[in-house]
Design a protein around this ligand. Structure first.
Ligand SMILES: NC(=O)c1ccc[n+]([C@@H]2O[C@H](COP(=O)([O-])OP(=O)(O)OC[C@H]3O[C@@H](n4cnc5c(N)ncnc54)[C@H](OP(=O)(O)O)[C@@H]3O)[C@@H](O)[C@H]2O)c1
Length: 330
């Protein structure tokens, strides 16, 4: 049985990924930190490995003992107050992990790095209004810049067979950022922030983790893949689906100007300084909301792993809202 180590296993994507990897016949070890909440791994046949990305020697010992065939480096910082925090977790921890792999002399079949579409930024800056593999990256957030820095480092590590994936917005059960949108629609508030004619892209978490394991098993190496369900959507389209699933017959549409949103995001961050909890609406998020177009080219994925999404937004949101109702979140 081949063995995979998955970092960031305690997170939203991590929980689904561990489940998918097990169902695909892999022995799965979940790399966590001492403070991780492991609830999403409850009942799953996975060994919990506790380590610290700052302790390369200890990581190397664990890797040597584990003798892994694959590593999926999925841990990442998606919300932070300071730019330095993004670069530390998203770039430096990848470097530390690569150092540990070399120190352990681990001969991997594949190392899969979870980057983000944010590393290339929106399609607004691309001549054909679509982000492609050969596009010049134009990240608009520190999160995106840190993922790009990590990618640029990894592609130079030719002794480590790897792939990079760049998912667009991932949604599904246990995802709490879009939950605020569902909850507000449930309260009859239909807020449109910034541009109304945006082109958005999404990937349902179950399609994402299936694609991740397909890429892991594929012979294609040293390649990057954008991942979406292959469609583009407007915010209105998404709201129509959510309202239908929540049986919300009427809403009060509110168009919030971007300046007001910037002010709210600023206040949110100030409050976060006290509470210590980083809010879904933050300055980085505003930079993303200001972008018009998040279209990305998934032809590499279609060609190399014959990817076809099983879930479009309608199907995926239906399942997500059922889960939200079960949890009494909406
Ligand atoms: N969700 C999306 O829409 C999306 C889109 C594109 C790419 N991604 C990427 O997908 C990956 C997973 O994201 P997610 O949505 O599942 O986020 P998440 O729910 O916040 O999970 C992040 C995971 O990374 C771990 N992590 C964060 N900071 C860490 C640190 N300092 N040291 C060690 N571990 C740390 C977390 O561990 P703890 O549980 O201990 O905090 C958690 O397991 C990330 O790399 C993210 O950048 C996500």
């Amino acid at each position: 049985m081949k063995k995979v180590l998955i970092t960031g296993a305690s997170g939203f994507i991590g929980g689904f990924l561990v489940e998918e990897a097990i169902s695909r016949g892999l022995t799965v070890h979940s790399a966590l930190r001492n403070s991780s909440n492991t609830e999403v791994l409850d009942g799953l046949d996975t060994k919990l490995i506790y380590w610290d990305f700052e302790n390369v020697d200890n990581m190397a010992n664990i890797l040597r003992k584990g003798d892994y065939d694959y590593i999926i480096h999925n841990a990442g910082l998606t919300k932070a107050k300071a730019k330095e925090a993004y670069f530390k977790v998203n770039e430096q921890y990848l470097r530390n992990l690569v150092d540990a792999i070399r120190m352990a002399d681990l001969k991997l079949d594949k190392f899969l790095f979870v980057s983000s579409l944010a590393a290339f930024g929106p399609a607004d800056f691309q001549p054909e209004n679509i982000v492609k593999e050969n596009s010049v990256p134009h990240p608009v957030t520190n999160y995106g810049r840190s993922k790009l820095a990590a990618e640029l480092y990894l592609i130079k590590q030719q002794d480590i067979p790897h792939n990079i994936i760049r998912p667009t917005a991932v949604y599904g059960p246990r995802e709490y950022d879009l939950l605020t949108v569902y909850q507000s629609l449930g309260k009859h508030i239909e807020a449109y922030i910034g541009l109304t004619n945006q082109r958005l892209t999404f990937i349902y978490v179950k399609d994402l983790v299936r694609a991740m394991i397909d890429i892991l098993f594929s012979d294609h190496e040293y390649k990057g893949y954008f991942i979406s369900d292959g469609h583009t959507y407007s915010a209105q389209e998404m709201n129509v689906i959510v309202k239908r699933e929540l049986k919300v017959k009427w809403t009060i549409p509110i168009k919030l100007p971007i300046l007001l949103i910037k002010f709210l995001a600023f206040c949110n961050e100030k409050i976060a300084n006290i509470s210590g909890k980083y809010p879904p609406l933050n300055i980085e998020k505003v930079n993303e909301l200001q972008a018009r177009d998040w279209n990305c080219d998934i032809s590499g994925l279609e060609k190399d792993i014959s990817f076809v999404a099983e879930y479009n937004l309608d199907h995926g949101l239906k399942e997500t809202i059922i889960w939200c109702k079960e949890q009494e979140l909406v």
